[in-house]
Design a protein around this ligand. Structure first.
Ligand code: SF4
Length: 497
């Protein structure tokens, strides 16, 4: 199936037409209706949905059949998770119980994924039993699977039979020589196979599995870990090939390599990419492929909206004591989902009306784009205090559009009333992380961080609390233009000349 490319249009250097001016790039508009339907409330497959809907992973798959240099399974698998111990491994029955508990308490949870901590298909019985139990008890929850792909072809029919209609394959290379630098070995036909020979088998299985899933109409996302000096120059080729084979979305994630995680790369001092390295590669790949930019590299037992982790509220000892009336929960879930959809529709209409009826909102041509950081804890609103933010959403505003560029994790500046203002180190990290941004929009900012942000050339904006993010970004960009902070591209060219 040939899928249209999302986010293909790059921001023009200047100029805009009335129809495009001030719009938000909508990842969904170009998709066929059937696919839009499938991803509409999926927080990982739809960028817009990730503001509203939550996901959870259950850690039922401990074993793995390959070794990646970025992974240490005493910790979370880096295949779709950030390093950190999985709190508890679950049996399929425990996992189903946990899913029902979370579905009742977090009604906006729409997606259940099995993503480790090993490989779900190296533990097929545990994985499929989990899916069977959940499909029987909570049919409104979408089932997802994330795999390294080695055992994928043998399991595609079972995946399709269980209506698992979103699968992620981690594909870091299409060249066995590159693979040999990432995978020291694979376990195949009861033997350990090392180096390029092993990588060749892995690549073959991944591509075959991808094609088989696509033939069955299952949406496939490909994850790639960007490893500077190892596969960064190669990932554009990966993107092109997986797109040709029918993958729907490509998620290029930064390598996480810290010595304390005990991974090969961590111990060897392999560097991770910077935010701008990652962004540049994602932009490079986006000519051939739909790119995911909102991934949070979640734990294999993550719970909640992307970017938050409520796993500690749902440990098995707590779940054992929870009274779960799932029939009542199903009614509540429907009401909450209907409410979210009504709000999304209302915002869309308001945006369209504003574009049609407020020509003064059209921004002057020729202004250069600017990066703005936003503090949000969900619902697509500016609703987080600067000091409490553990991540900032980065948007690029231009006369033509407001474009989501990614999320950047930071330590919270203020972790409690007593420590507020004591977070100089955290603030240094935040200033560094946002150094390429020209403004930060949050629900509130304290006096001290305000002054330091200004001194660092990052203008704080606190007057857009509870406003939709895109509206706030557009308004701030307009303010920046009016105040003369953004020279036009023409002016920059003539200055340079
Ligand atoms: S790791 Fe990325 S793709 Fe997987 S659940 Fe988290 S955000 Fe979604």
């Amino acid at each position: 199936m040939e899928l249209p490319i999302l986010n293909r249009e790059q921001t023009p250097a200047g100029g805009c037409s009335k129809s495009a001016c001030g719009t938000t790039t909508d990842q969904m508009t170009h998709l066929p209706e059937a696919i839009r339907e499938k991803v509409h409330n999926h927080p990982c497959y739809s960028e817009e949905a990730h503001h509203h809907y939550a996901r959870m992973h259950v850690a039922v798959a401990p074993a793995c059949n390959i070794q990646c240099h970025y992974c240490n399974r005493k910790y979370d698998c880096a295949n779709e998770s950030r390093p950190g111990v999985v709190s508890e491994l679950l049996s399929p029955t425990q996992a189903a119980k946990k899913v029902l508990a979370v579905a009742s308490q977090i009604p906006q949870m729409t997606v259940l994924g099995v993503a480790g901590p090993g490989d779900p298909l190296a533990n097929p019985e545990r994985t499929f039993e989990t899916f069977e139990e959940i499909a029987a008890k909570a049919p409104d929850i979408k089932l997802c699977l994330s795999t390294n792909g080695l055992n994928l072809p043998d399991n595609v029919d079972r995946i399709a039979a269980l209506n698992v209609d979103h699968v992620t394959i981690t594909i870091n290379c299409v060249d066995p020589e590159v693979g040999a630098e990432i995978y020291p070995w694979i376990f195949w036909n009861n033997r350990r196979i090392r180096g390029a020979k092993g990588a060749k088998i892995l690549i073959r299985q991944q591509q075959k599995g991808l094609e088989m899933l696509v033939e069955r109409g299952i949406l496939v996302k490909v994850n790639s870990v960007m490893i500077p000096g190892v596969n960064d120059a190669h990932l554009k080729e990966v993107s092109k090939i997986v797109k040709q084979k029918g993958a729907f979305l490509h998620n290029v994630m930064p390598l996480i390599a810290e010595a304390e995680h005990g991974t090969f790369y961590g111990v060897m001092g392999q560097r991770s990419p910077t935010a701008s390295d990652l962004q540049a590669l994602q932009d490079d790949c986006s000519g051939d492929m739909n790119m995911m930019r909102h991934c949070r590299q979640c734990r294999a037992d993550a719970v909640g909206l992307l970017g938050e982790d409520r796993g500690q509220e749902f440990t098995m000892d707590k779940i054992e004591h929870m009274e779960i009336d799932f029939e009542a929960a199903m009614v509540k879930r429907k009401q909450v989902h209907d409410g979210i959809e009504a709000m999304r529709a209302e915002r869309k209409t308001a945006q369209e009306t504003a574009q049609e009826t407020a020509p003064e909102a059209i921004l002057p041509q020729g202004c250069r784009p600017a990066l703005l950081a936003v503090a949000s804890k969900g619902s697509g609103l500016v609703n987080e205090h600067f000091g409490h933010a553990r991540e900032f959403l980065i948007y690029e505003a231009s006369p033509a559009e407001v474009r989501f560029m990614g999320a950047r994790k930071v330590p919270a500046y203020c972790t409690g009333a007593m420590e507020c203002g004591d977070g100089e180190t955290a603030l240094d990290v935040i200033l560094d992380t946002l150094s390429d941004c020209e403004g930060v929009i949050s629900a509130k900012v304290g006096i001290d961080p305000w002054a330091q942000l200004e001194a660092a050339g990052i203008q704080p904006y606190g007057e857009y609390a509870m406003e939709p993010i895109e509206d706030a970004v557009r308004a701030v960009y307009g303010e920046m233009i009016k105040s003369g902070r953004l020279e036009s591209t023409d002016a920059m060219i003539s200055q340079a000349g």
